[in-house]
Every structure is written in C-alpha cells, then in structure tokens.
Design a protein around this ligand. Sequence first.
Ligand code: GLN
Length: 487
Amino acid sequence: MDITGSTTGQLLDAMQNGTVSAVEVTQAYLNEISAHGETVGAFLSVDSEGSLTQAAEVDRKRSSGESLGKLAGLPVAVKDNICTKGLATTCASRMLENFVPPYDAHVTTQLQNADAIIIGKANLDEFAMGSSTENSALQVTRNPWNIDHAPGGSSGGSAAAVGARLASMGIGSDTGGSIRQPASFCGVVGMKPTYGRVSRYGLVAFASSLDQIGPFATDVTGTARLLESIAGYDVRDSTSVDRPVPGYSATVEQPLENLRVGVVSEFFGEGIDSDVDASIRAAIDVYRSLGAEVSEVSLPHTRYAVATYYLIACSEASSNLARYDGVHYGRRAEQFENMIDMYAASRAEGFGAEVKRRIMLGVFALSEGYSDQYYLKGLKVRRLIRNDFDAAFENVDVLAGPTCPTPAFKIGELVDDPLQMYLSDICTISANLAGIPGVSVPAGFSSNGLPIGLQLLAGPFEEEKLLRAARMFERETVWHTKRPSFS
Ligand code: GLN
C-alpha cells in the first residue's frame, strides 16, 4: 500500500481492516521525513520516538478491542505556536527557542483524545507574522512543488508537510490567511473555522480577536474529519462558543441543493495573475455545470481590509507580545547594565525584524492621541466589512474567489518589500475581520506548475455548508489527487 499517497479516509480504512498497522503508517511518514524532510524544512522538531509510542498504543487498543478515536493512527503536523506538553513550542522565534510548555493546548488534547499521532512541530513565520514562513528565525521552509518557491505562511510548515506527504494532516492558525494562503500555495485543503469554533487555549497569541486554529488535509473529507475532532466548546477560552459540533465528515458527501455562489468582484482586481484568474473562473464554471446559481457580488469595504487588519493585528500583537520581557517569559539577554536595559536587550535579541516592526506599528496605533484615528477607526471599518458579508449572505450561500492573487512567489522575492507581502493577504484577511469561516481547495496549476487555490467563504458557523460546497467541487476535479514529483 502507498501509505503516504493515501488520504486520511483510505488510511483509516486500511488500519481498520488490518491491511496496515498504525506503527507502519507512522513509520512510513517518518521514512518520508528522513528522505525529504531536510529539503522541505517543514518541521522544527520531529518526535519519532513519541509518535511511534503513540502509534503502538493505537495498535494495542485496536487489538484489545478498546474504542478508538476518529483520527486513530493518523500522523499530524502541528504548527509550532500550539503548546504541546513536554515538546518544544518555539513560535519559530529566538525568544521562545527553549520553551517547553508544561501544558497542552486544547487542540493538542483533542488530537490525543482522537488518537491522532503528533509526529512533529511545524515551522511558521515568527509568532505567525508573515505570509511566506521566511520570517521564521529558525529555519527555511520550501514549497514541495518547487523548492525555489515559498510555501506561503504563516502556517507554511504545516502546509508544506501535508503537501509533501510528510504528514497525513496538519494543524495551523489563521489570523489573516495563514491557513488558507499556504494551503493554496502547497496544493492542499486548508480551512479557517468561524472565530470561536475552535478553542485558542494554548495557542500562543498573536492577535487575539482574529486568531483561529484550523485543519489541513489533502482532501476535503480529511479536513472535515480533523475539524470535527478539534472544534467545540472550551471554558478556558472566553471566546469559545458553546454550540454543538456537527458531524462534518458524515454530511460532506451530500451535495447542496439550489446552491447559490457569489463571485466576489473585488477579489479579481488589479494584480491578479492570469493563470489564477483563469483557474478560478474555470472553478466557478464547475459550480455552474452542477446547477448552482452564480452571481457577481460586491464587498465594497474590501479595499480597506488590508489597512484595517494591519492596524488591529499590530495593536493586539503589541499588547500580547509585551509579556516577553525575559522575566515572565522568554529569552533573557546575558549582557545588560540595569533592569530596563535587561528588558530592552532581551527583546532586541529575541525578536526578529518583522515582529519588531509590528510591535512598533501597534504601539503607535494605540498611543495616546492617535488611538482614535487609528485603532478605533480600524474597529469601525471592521464592522463595515462584516456588514458587507452579512448583506452578501442574504442572497448567496457561499462566496467564491481566489485564495491568493498569485501562485507561490519565490523565496526572497518579497522579503524586502513588506507592503507587497502584506498585499498577498488581500483575499483572505476580510474573513478574519468578519470572523467567518473560509476554506481553500486545490483548483489548478499555473503554467510553471505551481498550485492554485479556490477560496470559499460562508456565514458564521456554516462550516458544514462550506465543506459540502467544497466537496462538490473536489468531486468533479482531479487537482487534489496531484502530488509534487520530488517524492
Ligand atoms: N500574513 C498575515 C500576517 O502577516 C496573516 C498571518 C496569519 O494569519 N497568522 O499578519
């Protein structure tokens, strides 16, 4: 059996009927990591021993007839800003390079309860700030489809791991597109759930009102399965919402009747790559051919989304990152003159350039005399952006467009141009500001062989509808079955 070429569903079936054991599955992924892990650079740490022990435990439970969780024996790559007890959680920052959490994130516990195998911790942009994983202070991650290109970010390690088949599934966090954009760049499915759907307990905070944890898999069904295992109420996150979690994987095969798809005109604006434009228009034709009613929809405040996002996200980041002072948390400088100097030197050494840039922007946006003009104004525009979505969802079930205006850019191409990098989030950011769910599904390739993602968005807590709509498209297309040729 081609273990690493299988979907989560195929692996679960094979383990269930005894064709392969969980240990064999985990070992197959560990072998792939030995062969290609260094080239891709997806993992900051691989827990070979721990994952084989977990897998052996799954096999033991199965043979003794004990009940098993929904993800039993499936190896998952977890973004390294999600706490794993006893396993380093670095946020790809010098600041937390040696941090070993004394507790598990809610999501980590949920994965364990589902009998998933946490195979390793995946690289990211430092503190999840970025769109290419190039802001990682610890390692370069490469796009499995072309190693000269970036995997996207900030969950680039998780996306590249799943794209390269170094893990069966991945967990990321999405504050402004950090699951959907790398999913699109690496040719996998990635979903940002509704704000409040998945507990943020144990996720190292970047921008708390926007951060949301979500799943990656090679197909929509795997994504649905992973989401249903991590979603749900948790008292330890005050923004976690107490609503039942639908069985997403049970309904994902059911096509939606009378589906109304809204094509967001603003997402096809200036700067869209012609291959992306063609693939997404072809994807929308697939919905037409399935009988969906397709209409053009305008979200007029989209033009303010990037500016609004960077004001709000940086403001929150400046507050969240104040805790890393070398005393409460994080690295402490060795050389300093006095206490103030100790804080300054620790932060100067611990944070990279992008993190510093954002802290400074945020401190400015929140400062006395300016906060009304910047932070408060940002919050008001945020409401207008949400209103655009509310109005759109009165007439359509899902919104569609590209996940990113371009396929994966080259490593190094945008690092010196932060504004251009920020603009690559133009199609994903507004969903975070509005708190709504979004998914990226493989929808084609550029002329130079890089994946292109279709983004679908739905109203709050409509993940079930979103996944079913995504599956309708996936069933008609072959894009998700393609694998990068290096493997
Ligand atoms: N690229 C965006 C940023 O740099 C989004 C990051 C994210 O979603 N974590 O802020």
